[in-house]
Design a protein around this ligand. Structure first.
Ligand code: GDP
Length: 310
């Protein structure tokens, strides 16, 4: 068992940027990326895992950087046709992306675990580090808005985050078992660092921490736990993080994001302007990742900081 493993908790877009930086400075065996599966859902008869797939496409160099999601070199014959037939076309599935969902669903139905399927697919796409789901058991994020509870993708994609969020729940989390390889990497004395990527705390990181045993294992691992703020210059770079903070009655700030992780954190990396009101050790650094060099530089800062806290 590798005693130098960096365990990174990640959602999709923001998390994958830092995960890519980490892949550029660590040997493949030294990085384990834990993907949020709270965004997963069943659609058109398929199991779709948006955060896992964003990580997969980004780390394989297959992501569509203009669109910000999905695969590059995509075609849309399937979506066009399903629209013509009156089918559900609100969740955009490109033809190449679709192949991944069809193959994953086939293997899950044949009895393979989500971990096995994810591991095999990431290997076939040439990814060295492990990407694993937080659990092989289904966890589904639900959103309470003014009209009641709705499924996460109904809120996020179909309704484009317009409903006001009153509460979030992670259905299935209470009985989900943590992914065993993740737990092994977190055994006391094993991990070099636990990195909480700059992902949406409410819908990307909290579902991971809601899996029974995971939060306690991180706390007991003995490894420094360092998060990177998803709030840069007092604003979310992308997505509904800031909107959710407002709707849940929190200040829109890096400190609010840190507050979601409580005493789990040993260190927090924030942009120069965002350091106020944070009770844990902070390091200021440029946290906006536009180029691959930005991602690599931030990954180095994260590991330097973690090592200094060890
Ligand atoms: P999703 O699952 O695709 O929504 O992605 P994540 O939860 O992983 O990431 C969304 C969060 O990433 C948002 O809160 C963004 O503000 C944050 N984010 C995106 N790009 C960057 C970046 O370059 N730097 C930092 N610090 N945060 C970012």
């Amino acid at each position: 068992m590798n005693q130098r493993t960096v365990v990174a908790l990640s959602g999709g877009v923001g998390g994958a940027k830092l995960a890519l930086g980490l892949t550029r400075i660590l040997p493949p065996d030294d990085l384990l990326v834990v993907a949020n599966t709270g965004d997963d859902f069943e659609h058109l008869g398929l199991t779709i895992c948006p955060d896992t797939d964003t990580l997969t496409y980004v780390l394989a160099g297959l992501d569509n950087t203009e669109q910000g999601w999905g695969r590059r070199d995509e075609t849309w014959s399937f979506m066009d046709t399903i629209g013509t037939l009156g089918g559900a076309d609100w969740f955009r599935l490109g033809d190449r992306d679709l192949a991944l969902h069809v193959e994953r669903t086939r293997r899950l139905r044949a009895g393979e675990s989500l971990s096995q399927v994810t591991h095999d697919i990431t290997r076939r796409l040439g990814i060295g580090p492990r990407i694993l789901p937080m659990s092989d058991d289904p966890v589904r994020t639900r959103v309470r808005c003014d009209e009641g509870w709705i499924d996460f993708q109904e809120y996020f994609v179909h309704r484009q985050c317009r409903p006001v969020v009153r509460e979030l729940a992670f259905e299935g989390a209470g009985v989900a078992r943590p992914q065993p390889e993740v737990m092994a990497a977190l055994a006391p004395g094993r991990a070099r660092a636990v990195v909480i990527c700059p992902s949406n705390p409410f819908i990307s990181i909290e579902p991971i921490l809601a899996v029974p045993g995971l939060r306690a294992a991180i706390a007991a691992s003995g490894a420094p736990v360092v998060a990177v703020s998803p709030i840069v210059g007092g604003r979310a770079v992308k997505g509904p993080t800031a909107k959710m903070m407002e709707e849940l009655g929190l200040a829109v700030s890096a400190a609010s994001a840190a507050g979601r992780y409580g005493d789990l954190l040993d260190g927090y990396i924030v942009d120069e302007a965002d350091g106020a009101g944070i009770s844990v050790a902070t390091r200021a650094a440029p946290t906006l990742m536009k180029t691959v060099e930005d991602k690599e530089a931030l990954a180095r800062t994260v590991l330097d900081f973690a090592d200094s806290l060890a």
